[in-house]
Design a protein around this ligand. Structure first.
Ligand SMILES: Cc1cc2nc3c(=O)[nH]c(=O)nc-3n(C[C@H](O)[C@H](O)[C@H](O)COP(=O)(O)OP(=O)(O)OC[C@H]3O[C@@H](n4cnc5c(N)ncnc54)[C@H](O)[C@@H]3O)c2cc1C
Length: 417
């Protein structure tokens, strides 16, 4: 089933009776060429590119819950390519290019909206840092524009420019940044993978990884044992637990990140805006809700909900930046489990077990990475070679200390990245 304007019109006129399910509900087979553990954004996009670009279709995605139930359906949907360090810079640039062709590629409306991302600065030092970051983005081939205070005011006059503690000095505008509808991204990749023959198996938790003489042989699941020549672990906040099934101890801590949405309002916030003096970022969804978030809850946890002190902190940051937000009523909040690395950058690598691959450490920025991550991880799993844009995402950098990518320059404490 392909989507088109004509199809939508025809279905609308004939009672919407012709739509079929987006993907099958197959029983697990006894053996696959490749198994992906985790049906989040990264797992689904990996399966999609394995099938599409490498002709590997005897593939299963094993998901313990339901497609889109993890972080891929819980994030604040920001998509951008504004990283500064070699390694991250080329990877996120690659990912953003894939985003720009994604809807045509998947034949699916993921509501990718390049409405622009504006990072605000509140001191001379921060403005200098943004100038440097903007130059790094331009050198990478992406876009950036440094705005002065009046330039920012023209775009977003409703901010509190003269806040006594945090006056706005200017901002860095990334016009190709924006948002996408998070769960539609999962559904689009799931549908595309299924159409190419990938089995998406939900309610199937992996409980063990079978290894013989250093070679992966398959997995144990709540629906029985499944053999496989290759296994990719792509389980975000559960990475440490699943890697432990293969005897690995990862340099990852799992932390909670919360997000919030208000009641639907008329269009008021056109861009994605990031406050420079606190962890606060906001955009407006197509339904009208103001979607915003802040920092991690500062303790490690596997609970997908946060607690009130961070909620209060985020609301305070919002009120400081845009006092008018105080009139909006918060409708709901939720949390997700972040796989935090010591340098804040991810891992896409082989492991010491032959045939076992690892994709994790996306911290709180992995939604925008979904296309690039799947694309590069599929390349690694299919060919055994690292894909150029993700070539620096090696696991052993945490053992050797070489090629660490500490984008925020905050040191090695997981929850500060
Ligand atoms: C509140 C919040 C806001 C965020 N905001 C942004 C943002 O604005 N921009 C951005 O780029 N990123 C953002 N992120 C981060 C981003 O959502 C994540 O980095 C990314 O979604 C993680 O990858 P994933 O989609 O594959 O994870 P998930 O969707 O969590 O997928 C992992 C899957 O693995 C499954 N799984 C776990 N264990 C097993 C097992 N044993 N067997 C089988 N399946 C298993 C889980 O059920 C889950 O479905 C945010 C995250 C949160 C929580």
């Amino acid at each position: 089933m392909r989507f088109s304007a004509l199809r939508v019109l025809r279905e609308g006129l004939t009672g919407n009776k012709g739509w079929t399910p987006h993907w099958r509900d197959p029983q697990p087979k006894a053996e696959y060429d490749a198994i992906i553990i985790g049906g989040g954004g990264h797992g689904l996009s990996t399966a999609y590119y394995l099938a599409k670009e490498h002709g590997l279709t005897n593939v299963a995605v094993l998901e313990k819950g339901y497609i889109g139930g993890g972080n891929v359906g819980r994030n604040t949907t920001i998509v951008r390519a504004n990283y500064g360090l070699p390694g991250n810079s080329e990877f996120y640039s690659h990912s953003l290019k894939l985003w720009e062709g994604l809807e045509e590629d998947l034949n699916y409306n993921v509501m990718h909206s390049q409405r622009g991302q504006l990072m605000l600065c509140h001191s001379d030092g921060q403005r200098d840092a943004f100038a440097r970051r903007g130059n790094q983005m331009i050198a990478q081939g992406d876009d950036a524009e440094l705005l002065d205070r009046e330039g920012v005011r023209r775009l977003v006059p409703y901010l509190d420019f003269d806040n006594t503690r945090f006056p706005i000095y200017g901002g860095l505008m990334h016009a190709r940044g924006g948002t996408a509808r998070h769960d539609a991204v999962a559904w689009g990749y799931a549908r595309g993978a299924d159409q190419r023959g990938v089995d998406l198996i939900q309610q199937c938790e992996v409980t063990g990884i079978d290894i013989e003489n250093g070679v992966v042989k398959g997995v144990q699941t709540t629906r029985g044992a499944i053999r496989a020549k290759k296994v990719g672990v792509v389980v975000a906040g559960r990475s440490s637990q699943v890697a432990a099934m293969a005897g690995m101890r990862l340099p990852i801590e799992s932390h909670v990140l919360q997000a919030f949405v208000t009641e639907g309002l008329k269009p008021v916030i056109d861009h994605v805006i990031s406050f420079g003096m606190g962890h606060f970022y906001i955009s407006q969804s197509d339904k009208g809700g103001l979607v915003f978030g802040g920092d991690l809850d500062f303790y490690s946890s596997y609970a997908s909900r946060g607690n009130l002190p961070m909620a209060e902190h985020v609301m305070e940051a919002g009120m400081t930046l845009m006092p008018m937000i105080g009139k909006a009523k918060v409708l709901r909040s939720w949390g997700g489990i972040m796989d935090m690395t010591p340098d804040g950058s991810p891992i896409i690598d082989k492991t010491e077990t032959e045939g076992l691959f690892l994709n994790c450490g996306w911290c709180y920025g992995g939604f925008k990475a979904v296309p690039g991550s799947g694309n590069s991880f599929a390349h690694l799993m299919a060919t055994g070679n690292h894909h150029a844009p993700a070539a620096k995402y090696r696991l052993d950098r945490f053992r050797t200390g070489v090629d660490l990518m500490d984008e925020e320059a905050t040191g090695s404490q997981h929850n500060l990245h």
